[in-house]
Structure formats: C-alpha cells, structure tokens
Design a protein around this ligand. Structure first.
Ligand code: NAD
Ligand code: WQD
Length: 336
C-alpha cells in the first residue's frame, strides 16, 4: 500500500514513517523542510532498512503537487504538514492561515483530481479549547480555539467534513492528538524544534543537556492538586502506531470519523519534572513563573473510542517518554 505523508520529515511524521516502513507500507514523503531536516528521513531508512521516496516541496506549490499525484497512485495520505507553534500564530496569523489552510486546499484538490479517497489528518486537542468536562471525549463541544493555529485545525476539520458530506466515496480520519513526547527507542530520531522550544518536554531535555538555563513552570496557582497544569502526555511511538490503526479504519470506508489520541492519564508539570528526574537520575533546573496566556488548567482524553473502534491504546508510560526523550537529546545534543 502506497502512503503519502505530508510533513513526513517532522517529529510525528518521521516516527510514523518508521512504523509504516517497518510494516511494509511504501512510504512517500512531501516536506518543505521548514521545520525539519532531511537527516530524519535518512535515519528512518537506516533504522528500517527500507527506502522512502522523498519530495522536497511546499504544499503551496500546486502544479508540482499535482505532478507528484499524477506520477504516483497513492492509496492514502496522512496530512501532517503545517505550522504548529500556537504563540507564533498569534503574532503571524496570516502565515498560519496561508500555510495550513492553503496547503490543505491544494492537497484536497490534488486528491480529488487524481482519485485518492483516503485521508488521515493531524488535528489537535487544542480544538477543545477550555474543556467543560474531563476526561474529554470526541463529542465534547467544539466552540473556539485559543489561537489562530488552533483555529486552522478547526477550519480544516470543518473543510474535511464538508467535502466528505459532498462525496460519499471519501474516507477521512481526524486524529486529535493530546501532548506528544518522547522519541524512538534507538535515540536516532526525535523532536528537534527550531529555536526556543514551546513545548514542555523538549524544553526539559534542552535544560538538562545544558543548552538552556532553566525551565520556567508557567504558573503554580491553577486549581489542580499541585497548582500546575495537567496534560495527557502520549509517547510519539504510540501516536505513530495510532496512524497505522487509522489507516486500517480507512479501509472499512467509514466516511468521516474522529478519534482522540492520548493515554487518558493526566500529569502535572511538576509530575513530569519529577518523572524525568527519577527516570534519568538528572536534576531539571526550574523556576516557578507566571501563567502563560491561553493555557487551560487541565486537558486529558477519554481514550475509549479509539480503544474500541481502532483497537488501539497507548502502551508507553510517562517514564518511557522521559527516558526516550532524554536518550535522543543526549545522543543528539544539538538535534539533527
Ligand atoms: P513538525 O513541525 O515537526 O512537522 C511538520 C512538518 O510539516 C515539518 O517537517 C515541516 O517542515 C512540514 N511543513 C510545514 N508546512 C509545510 C508546507 N506548506 N509544505 C510542506 N511541508 C510543510 O510538527 P509535528 O509535531 O510533527 O506535528 C505534525 C502535525 O501534528 C502538525 O500538523 C501539528 O499541527 C499536529 N500536532 C502536533 C502536536 C505536537 O504537539 N507536536 C500536537 C497536536 C497536533
Ligand atoms: C504543556 C504544559 C505549560 C513549557 C501545545 C499546543 C497544542 C498541541 C500540543 C499542537 C503546560 C507547561 C510548557 C514551558 C511550562 N500542539 N509548560 N513551561 O500547551 O498543552 O499544548 O502543544 O497542536 O495545540 O498548544 O503543550 O508542551 O506547550 O505545555 O510550564 O516552558 O507545560 O504551561 O501546562 P500545550 P506544552
């Protein structure tokens, strides 16, 4: 089966490429390398002993995108490509709308033109905004997101829902990821953010390796047991395997379906720091700071729907995430 991964050189895409290749899928990748390195693809090839087909291309380049679809009959597409920094999107909304929405429009048009019917889309728990109820199930109300980035995810979900309503032969799985972390157990591929990391785990590993001074814990006065925010951290390899389960679901012609991918377990920022210190026997330098605008106190999934309908559930623990994230960072102190 030929699967195209847009954004497949990135963090989640490269881990998914590895699991697909291991399971004998033919993997094709389109990435403009805006937030990734081609080295990730070389390493996936080395780890799996399989060749991936890579096109360095921006999804906004419509004609070249159509040519790739014309020359390759893909069975399914996993659409990871997008800009993802929520805070940056507040400062640069147009860049986010242009890239994330524009790229998706071109991709859907190419799929329509060349008869590709199956799509998995990387959405985010950010679409739930400040949840009214915990744990969060897929039918929780979706009102608005906290950032232009989040709104691009909401808009793309709606766009995909509309094109599915207009064409009953299309199959789309929307995957709403919770908080991905960790790395492949080899330590050869992992998260390599540009500049200052926005996310907690890469910030912790960079502080521990010495490339950043100290982590600022964003607020300890939330209505949670230790006052710090609670999130559902999911190991990136479990997340990657969720995409293989989603591809199997597409083959059942489900129309449009949505799944949360998380563990169902919430951990506070201080619990993550403690788990990291315990697992790796390293101190994480940190200070308590002010709340970060837009953060919600708690966010974790009800994992039941994915478990029943995809026969998928996260297997790895927070300790696994901390151990594997640190192995990657130690082996690659400056990333790729
Ligand atoms: P990433 O930045 O590592 O990967 C995204 C990839 O897309 C990068 O390699 C980038 O170069 C590429 N890309 C961006 N715009 C492109 C374009 N116009 N044309 C071609 N390639 C383009 O991010 P990730 O963490 O692997 O996230 C993958 C997807 O999952 C994104 O859509 C993101 O919004 C979503 N997501 C991520 C998280 C997270 O915390 N990492 C959580 C929820 C959802
Ligand atoms: C986790 C916790 C912070 C950094 C974001 C996006 C979301 C999704 C996942 C893409 C929070 C705290 C963090 C730091 C800290 N991505 N923190 N100090 O905000 O839950 O979700 O990534 O879709 O859309 O918004 O993840 O890793 O930034 O933060 O105290 O330096 O760690 O306050 O409680 P978040 P995160």
């Amino acid at each position: 089966m030929k699967v195209l991964l847009t954004g497949g050189a990135g963090y989640i895409g490269s881990h998914t490429a590895l699991e697909l290749a291991k399971n004998n899928f033919e993997v094709y990748i389109i990435d403009n390398l805006a937030n990734s390195s081609i080295e990730a693809i070389f390493r996936v090839e080395k780890l799996t002993g399989k060749k991936l087909t890579f096109f360095e291309l921006d999804l906004l380049e419509r004609e070249a995108l159509n040519d790739i679809f014309d020359q390759n009959q893909f069975d399914a597409v996993i659409h990871f490509a997008g800009l993802k920094a929520a805070a940056e999107s507040v400062a640069q909304p147009l860049a986010y709308y242009r890239n994330n929405i524009g790229g998706t429009l071109n991709l859907c048009a190419a799929m329509g033109r060349f008869g590709v019917k199956n799509l998995v889309f990387s959405s985010s728990a950010t679409v739930y905004g400040n949840p009214e109820q915990l744990p969060i199930s897929e039918d929780a109300p979706i009102t608005d997101a906290a950032s232009p980035y989040g709104r691009t995810k909401l808009m793309i979900e709606k766009l995909l829902s509309d094109i599915c309503a207009a064409d009953s032969t299309l199959n789309v799985v929307l995957l709403r990821y919770f908080n991905p972390g960790g790395a492949h157990e080899s330590g050869d591929i992992g998260e390599d953010p540009n500049g200052i990391p926005n996310n907690l785990l890469p910030y912790i590993t960079q502080c521990t390796v010495g490339s950043r001074k100290a982590l600022t814990v964003f607020g300890d006065d939330y209505p949670t047991p230790d006052g710090t925010c609670i999130r559902d951290y999911i190991h990136v390899v479990d997340l990657a395997l969720g995409h293989l389960a989603a591809i199997s679901k597409l083959q059942q012609n489900p129309g449009l379906v949505t799944y949360n991918l998380g563990t169902g377990r919430g951990s506070s920022v201080l619990e993550v720091i403690q788990a990291f210190e315990r697992t790796n026997e390293r101190k994480v330098p940190y200070v308590i700071g002010l709340r970060r605008p837009g953060d919600v106190a708690e966010c974790y999934t009800d994992p039941t729907k994915a478990k029943i309908e995809l026969a998928w559930q996260a297997q790895r623990t927070l300790e696994d995430i901390c151990r594997d994230a640190w192995r990657w960072q130690k082996k690659n102190p400056e990333g790729y």
